[in-house]
Design a protein around this ligand. Structure first.
Ligand SMILES: Cc1cc2nc3c(=O)[nH]c(=O)nc-3n(C[C@H](O)[C@H](O)[C@H](O)COP(=O)(O)OP(=O)(O)OC[C@H]3O[C@@H](n4cnc5c(N)ncnc54)[C@H](O)[C@@H]3O)c2cc1C
Length: 392
């Protein structure tokens, strides 16, 4: 039975990023996913500039995906007939890039799998785990088995691997369901913004992701997602979303469903098992920082695993450090996404959003979106400190 240093369950943005970082240091990695790559993924597809910078810092090549994406400079929240810009400030600084996940995830997976010490196990269903003298045995449904010293669980919000290892969810908010459409066509004007429509019980995120493509992702209750099977309603809302983005076009490819998604948390680690990305903490998707959060966690996890595997550091203290650094990083994102979600879902949002658009709230969003994550525990700016308080 082959022995790996690290088995990563889930090869999406966080798992593939970690796999590529570890593989670059010749760590023997098993990169496991139930899906085959390339594949599409339901997502709003807005990657913040903090995430873009982190990918560059980690030496991960995502240039093709990012260069073919569309930069955005602020969010515009539409309630009723009016749009309110958040996060733009006086100067037009970059907040992020609309990217096609198909391209981004493919580039990261390809980079990881091009490294000699990374072995992909795709379209591989896991049936369970056992502890062994070396660490863990991973059992696949087809009878295959591998051994690994460490496990990294990166199989998303509804992590099967966490459940089968008995790692519980810490917090559970009411669940939401999502559905993503990709529209193909023409922009009448370069948009430079992500538009959030709050309409008829839907949170509709509209992100330009290429010169010809607009991502329209709905987030709502299960029943409301089902109601979009009504072609008339679906067409009307997609046309409205496209018009708000000055886009002429129609859906291509099949829509992608996702859910249940809720803002949940699990422990960052247990024994020799690290939890990564959405598996460790799922942020509220309406604020669109999940990919960034997953990439930053991968950066921290790579550092901790390398310190154990390459520098002989103590496992417990390295993993405890992974937990404390991840928590310090996550707290502001948690605060920002909770604040945004509670504002957008407030029954008084028609009053609150126009009022807050001209006060401190855009500054908070700017602060959360502008500031680069400091790889070592450096003091946060006042804006970040405030957000971290909200996230407590
Ligand atoms: C509707 C919606 C809109 C969003 N919009 C945005 C946005 O605009 N910007 C943003 O930054 N974030 C957004 N997010 C959040 C973002 O999609 C996630 O935070 C991000 O994908 C998490 O990455 P991950 O690698 O941790 O997990 P995931 O991307 O969830 O990947 C998990 C991987 O594990 C694999 N897997 C699952 N089960 C198993 C198993 N049993 N065995 C093996 N493999 C398994 C899956 O195939 C998948 O590849 C959105 C989320 C939703 C739901």
């Amino acid at each position: 039975m082959k022995l790996f240093d690290v088995a990563i369950i889930g090869a999406s943005i966080s798992g593939a990023s970690l796999g590529a970082c570890l593989g670059a240091e010749a760590v023997e990695v098993a990169l496991i996913d139930k899906d085959r790559f390339p594949r599409r993924k339901a997502c709003g597809e807005g990657l913040s500039n903090i995430g873009v910078e982190a990918l560059q810092r980690m030496g991960l090549h995502a240039e093709d995906a990012i260069d073919s994406g569309v930069p955005y400079y602020h969010y515009r929240v539409d309630v009723g007939d009016k749009g309110f810009p958040f996060g733009s400030g006086r100067t037009r600084t970059l907040k992020g890039v609309g990217v096609e996940r198909f391209n981004l995830d493919t580039q990261l997976v390809d980079q990881a799998c091009s490294l000699p010490s990374v072995t992909p196990f795709f379209e591989s269903k896991i049936s369970g785990f056992n502890t062994s003298s070396e660490g863990y045995t991973v059992q696949f449904a087809d009878g295959q088995k591998i051994e690994s010293k460490f496990l990294v669980l990166a199989d998303g919000a509804n992590s099967f691997s966490s459940s089968s290892l008995g790692i519980p969810k810490i917090r559970k908010d009411p669940p939401l369901w999502g559905i993503s459409f990709v529209l193909d066509g023409t922009f009448l004007q370069v948009p430079g913004e992500v538009v959030v429509l709050l309409k008829d019980g839907f949170e509709i995120n509209c992100t330009p992701v290429s010169e010809t493509k607009l991502n329209v992702t709905f987030l709502t209750s299960r029943e409301k997602v089902k109601s979009l099977q009504d072609e008339g309603l679906q067409k009307r809302l997609l046309a409205e979303a496209a018009a708000k983005c000055q886009f002429l076009g129609a859906p291509v490819e099949v829509s992608l469903n996702v859910g249940p998604v809720n803002a949940t948390r699990r422990p960052y680690y247990r024994d020799s098992v690290l939890l990564l990305g959405d598996t460790a903490e799922t942020l509220d998707p309406i604020a669109g920082m999940g990919m960034t959060h997953g990439i930053l966690m991968a950066e921290i996890a790579a550092d901790s695993l390398l310190s154990v595997l390459r520098r002989g550091a103590d496992i417990n203290s390295s993993f405890a450090q992974y937990a404390s650094r991840s928590e310090a990083m996550s707290r502001p994102f948690r605060g920002f996404t909770r604040l945004t979600a509670s504002l957008f879902r407030s029954p008084a949002r028609r009053l609150l959003i126009p009022a807050l658009a001209s006060t401190f709230f855009p500054g908070l969003i700017r602060s959360a979106l502008d500031e680069s994550w400091k790889p070592v525990d450096e003091p946060f700016s006042p804006g970040r400190k405030f957000l971290s308080l909200v996230g407590m």
